[in-house]
Design a protein around this ligand. Structure first.
Ligand code: FUC
Length: 804
């Protein structure tokens, strides 16, 4: 299968005039936004552990009696009073002795002062094939070229500068930071910035960080000027940027920022630029090259002649290469912001120019952090999921305090936000933050990682995190008065309200779905690992008593336990469709009425919204098997917005606009594109489940399914042509396809019968939620599907084709 790699470049004909035009590079730990200026070239720097504050949780004292009172009010139908009390107990602003999480903070700006004002032939680019950004232009008859990358193996940023004529490279190097506590100085050939992060609420800023900038010159000379450095008349310069912090882990700041920064710098300063670049590219391509996507038939893109900004501005759905570019950009961003051993990608990945960024650039876990990791498994970047798992292990420690102190429960829990210090209390007050479900959603990632990788030692390692989460819900579930269902109370359907100012409730649909999954995962994991029989039985019994999903008066999937939904509710969160995506409790094959109700809900909610909300809707429409609607949403999302625009879309640098910039929309849409091509819930691998008419021809390579199948396939005239599936774990490969498939020799495949024997596909078997009340609605016409079972051998590749 041949796939071209052309058109994998973002490029522009001008320097960035604002941050939303600058280009992101990163190695998971260090991030930079490149402006590519010719007069002054600004490089805005980040390091993933530069956060305000210090270790410590944010759990208030003596709130359990209030929680009980709120529960009581809710069960008495006094919802307004319950909401009022929640707002008093958990005020909108952090009380004096507490905090609502700390902001992620910028390191500072490195400025290269060239003074090249009148230039020509300018080009600025980011090549996704090698994660190297470049700037080139002509000034005064000399061509200037710069390359920038941040190496994961070598842990430094490298900028290489070159002029086409000898001795023509002269520029100043300045560094500035917004931090209050800073010390900028020159020490021989190095520019050094030492800072301490901010003190906020009840926390002192205790993260110390040091950045060292070191230019290595080929001819010319280096001197100190105005508390900066000056490169004079060099032929070529390699600039190293090394950053260290004192952060050791969420409990300890005992590392030495200076030693770390210096250690990385010393290790590279005698390596050549080309050697460093080679190592960087090899490491990067090991991840990036696993997946390739080509939509359409063009040999070379007719759109390549236009800048990325122009393509975005003109996007009407016909530039299929832009879709593929945007998809790969999402993978690029994950590789650049989430590496094993580091922090998970936060609301802005790792890229942030502020001391107090929007929503503190924290981890919002009522959708955003989860969305960041949706592409991890399906786009074959499983190991990049690891920082999230480590965070979960840590939250399972800190979250014991919120579980016991706030809810008198065992296990662990968290609410809708956390930060570097793994805080687990209510954040942003009783309206937004009264949602004790963060752990329930995040732990789904552990189970899903297991389903994709089959890694039993991983499951063993994280079992206690799953168990602690299940223990919390086993303890806190309350019997509601009407049906005696077991419900979480108090809680909410994230950030939405059913009455003016009132969102607090019990037994919301999303909560029920989440607890269902938490319990199901515990049941499965404890069986696989042969553990905790008694607790498993308790959980099985409690799972039976969860509220069913319900269809309401507008033929919608009900968001709340009561039928309070409005058809004109266009809220960005559509939390109750969690059961459709990412979960698999609503299925066209198992419960078509719920499936139809979910579709009605989504239709009422509308398309246009914040960036991440549109990203989620791409996934929803893909799960609703409607490729054309999913593509409509992609078109809505790939709508050019400028710095300061008040609507969701995509900035010129292809980063997602909530607005402002929030990276979840990028990851969500990337995952959505994969979901349109391949799905693996519902007991089978579904090839081309939601292909839009406009993507009539295409090739994809390397997407991954549950059960560890790596899928490459080609389609023409909207139909599958050839398929190659590499089995990484062995076992039954159950395939669902619209058209008849045969093996390589043209021999018929075995039709599937009954349930799928493959253990990684049986998750849905246990989940057949009841419906309490149903209304007659039409069920979608899915047409006939072929379903095949093929026995596979670990390591072998199946080759199949369309029957003609
Ligand atoms: C949730 C969303 C907002 C925003 C914030 C970071 O609270 O409702 O839209 O994305 O997270």
């Amino acid at each position: 299968m041949f796939l071209t790699t052309y058109g994998q470049e973002l490029w522009y004909d001008k320097p960035a005039s604002n941050w939303n035009e600058a280009l992101p590079v990163g190695n998971g730990r260090i991030g930079a936004m490149l402006f590519g200026g010719t007069d002054i070239d600004k490089i805005q720097l980040n390091e993933e552990t530069v956060w305000a504050g210090e270790p410590g949780n944010n759990i208030p004292n003596r709130v359990f009696p209030h929680i009980q009172k709120i529960r009581q009010l809710l069960f008495q139908g006094k919802n307004k009073e319950a909401q009022e009390l929640a707002k008093v107990v958990f005020p909108r602003q952090a009380p004096k002795n507490l905090n609502y999480g700390m902001p992620y903070q910028t390191v500072g700006n490195l400025e290269l002062d060239f003074g090249h004002k009148v230039i020509s032939n300018y080009k600025r680019s980011l090549d996704l094939n090698n994660a190297v950004s470049q700037v080139s232009y002509v000034y005064d008859g000399v061509t200037y070229k710069r390359s920038y990358f941040i190496s994961y193996p070598d842990q430094v940023m490298v900028v290489h500068l070159k002029a086409s004529a000898p001795g023509k490279l002269s520029f100043g190097l300045q560094f500035n930071s917004k931090q209050d506590e800073q010390d900028l100085h020159v020490m021989s050939d190095r520019l050094i910035l030492d800072c301490k992060t901010s003190s906020i609420d009840n926390k002192d800023g205790k993260v110390r960080f040091e950045s060292i900038i070191k230019p290595v010159l080929k001819s010319g000379k280096l001197e100190k000027r105005n508390n900066g450095l000056y490169v004079q008349e060099a032929d070529e310069v390699t600039l190293f940027v090394s950053i260290g912090t004192n952060f050791k882990n969420y409990k300890s700041l005992s590392n030495n920022a200076h030693d770390i920064a210096l250690g990385h710098l010393n290790a590279v300063q005698n390596k050549t630029f080309s050697n460093l670049k080679e190592t960087h590219i090899k490491d990067y391509q090991n991840l990036y090259d696993r997946v390739a996507l080509k939509l359409g038939t063009n040999e070379k893109s007719e759109f390549d002649q236009f800048t990325t900004r122009e393509r975005l501005d003109a996007f009407d759905g016909s530039d299929l290469d832009l879709v593929a570019l945007y998809f790969q950009f999402g993978r690029y961003l994950l590789i650049s912001s989430s590496r094993p051993g580091g922090q998970p990608a936060n609301l802005q990945g790792i890229w942030n120019a502020e001391l107090t960024p929007p929503w503190d650039s924290k981890y919002t876990v009522n959708i955003n952090t989860e969305m960041n990791y949706w592409p991890a498994e399906v786009t074959n970047l499983s190991e990049l999921h690891q920082p999230l798992f480590t965070m979960l292990k840590e939250l399972a420690e800190t979250g014991k305090e919120s579980a016991s102190k706030m809810y008198n429960a065992s296990g662990w829990n968290m609410h809708h936000n956390t930060d570097l210090w793994r805080v687990t209390g209510v954040i942003d007050g009783g309206f937004y933050g009264m949602w004790p479900m963060g752990g329930a959603w995040l732990t789904q990632h552990i189970w899903q990682h297991y389903l994709y990788t089959g890694d039993q030692s991983f499951l063993e390692e994280y079992y206690s995190v799953l168990k602690g989460c299940a223990q919390f819900y086993a303890d806190v579930l309350q019997e509601e008065p009407e049906h005696n269902w077991l419900v979480v109370a108090p809680s909410m359907s994230p950030e939405n309200k059913y009455e003016d100012g009132v969102g607090i409730s019990y037994g919301t649909t999303m909560d029920n779905q989440l607890v269902f999954d938490v319990f199901s995962n515990l049941i499965k994991a404890s069986e696989i690992l042969d553990k905790d029989e008694a607790f498993r039985q308790e959980v099985i019994n409690k799972r039976k008593r969860l509220p069913p999903m319900q269809i309401g008066k507008h033929n919608q999937l009900q968001e709340w336990i009561k039928d309070w939904d409005r058809t004109d509710d266009h809220h960005r969160h559509i939390s109750h469709l969690y059961g459709l995506h990412p979960s698999n409790q609503i299925s066209p094959f198992r419960n078509p009425k719920l499936f139809q109700a979910a579709q009605n809900t989504l239709t009422y909610r509308g398309d246009k919204s914040t960036g991440w909300s549109m990203g989620w809707k791409v996934n929803f429409w893909a799960r609703l098997l409607n490729g054309n609607r999913a593509y409509d949403l992609i078109k809505t999302q790939l709508h050019l917005v400028e710095d300061g625009t008040e609507e969701g879309g995509t900035y010129p640098n292809l980063l997602d606009a909530h607005p402002p910039f929030q990276i979840d929309g990028n990851f969500g849409c990337t995952a959505g594109i994969a979901e349109m091509l391949l799905q693996s819930q519902d007991e089978a691998i579904h090839l081309l489940p939601a292909l839009p008419d406009a993507w009539a021809t295409g090739t994809v390579k390397g997407l991954k399914t549950r059960g560890g199948f790596i899928c490459d396939f080609e389609w023409k005239e909207n139909q599958l042509e050839t398929i190659r599936i590499k089995s990484q774990l062995g076992g039954v490969c159950r395939l669902r396809s619209k058209i008849q498939l045969v093996d390589q020799r043209g021999i018929a495949l075995k039709e599937a019968q009954g349930t799928n024997d493959n253990p990684f596909f049986q998750n849905s078997k246990v989940s057949d939620p009841l419906m309490a009340k149903t209304v007659e609605i039409s069920t979608p016409d899915l047409g006939p599907y072929y379903l095949y079972d093929i026995e596979t051998v670990k390591g072998e590749t199946l080759v199949l084709k369309a029957f003609k």
